[in-house]
Ligand binder design. Structure first.
Ligand code: CA
Length: 230
């Protein structure tokens, strides 16, 4: 079934271009022309992906994004004219899965959509539970618990954690993680990792300031669980 995408964008010309690019990509597309219509659409229906402009009339994209916090779906791609790093980090911090700076071409747009949809797919069945401290990652059931309580993660958070958990007790370097979770074009985007590791730590660590579940290995990467002594 075609993935459902909501486009929240007030600029009519850009919105029409995005909607027709997505439709020709085979997606089911709806749109909202301002922030409040966007919130309404998201409350009324389930979407797989939201393309969310930040500069919107009535309520801005940050507000729309905050209403999605803690919900598992949809994947969110923030689009913004302000292509600066601070907006990008803020968007990721607030739970967005990706960030696209205007102007962008339809090929890039469709590639980002495919990437977030791929990340939202349940992974291939692997009957393994990896543990670090109180945290258990069930890689076959696609679920995570802390002290026996289920922890809710976004698709991207889960993918990153699962990648670390599949290689428990090994150091995963920055580039490999970025490549596996976000894609080959993201090898140098370390701030994505910093933001998502911090989000995972807030959800999983007893004391996020002194992480034990996901450990930082300075200058190299991250490790799920302690190193195994030889
Ligand atoms: Ca706008």
């Amino acid at each position: 079934m075609a993935a459902k995408i909501l486009v929240v964008e007030d600029d009519r010309a850009l919105r029409n271009a995005v909607v027709s690019a997505l439709q020709s990509g085979g997606y089911q597309v709806e749109f909202a022309a301002d922030g409040s219509a966007g919130v309404q659409a998201l409350t009324a229906k389930a979407f797989d992906v939201v393309l969310l402009d930040i500069g919107l009339p009535f309520v801005d994209g940050w507000h729309v994004l905050s209403t999605l916090e803690g919900r598992r779906l949809p994947s969110v791609i923030v689009i913004s004219a302000r292509g600066d790093q601070a907006d990008k980090v803020r968007a990721l911090d607030m739970g967005a899965d990706d960030y696209l700076a205007k102007p962008f071409g339809s090929d890039e747009l469709l590639a980002r959509i495919r990437a977030v949809l791929r990340r939202a797919q349940p992974p291939v069945q692997v009957p393994v539970v990896a543990r670090s401290g109180q945290v258990a990652v069930d890689l076959s059931r696609h679920s995570v618990s802390k002290g026996g309580e289920e922890v809710r993660l976004s698709p991207t958070e889960y993918l990153l954690l699962a990648e670390l958990a599949r290689h428990a007790h090994e150091v995963m370097d920055y580039r490999t993680l970025l490549h596996e979770v976000w894609g080959p074009a993201y090898g140098d985007e370390r701030h994505y990792l910093r933001v998502f590791i911090q989000r995972l730590r807030l959800k999983l660590e007893h004391d996020p300031a002194h992480p034990e579940v996901i450990q930082t290995v300075p200058g190299r990467g991250y490790r799920f669980g302690p190193a195994i002594e030889p």
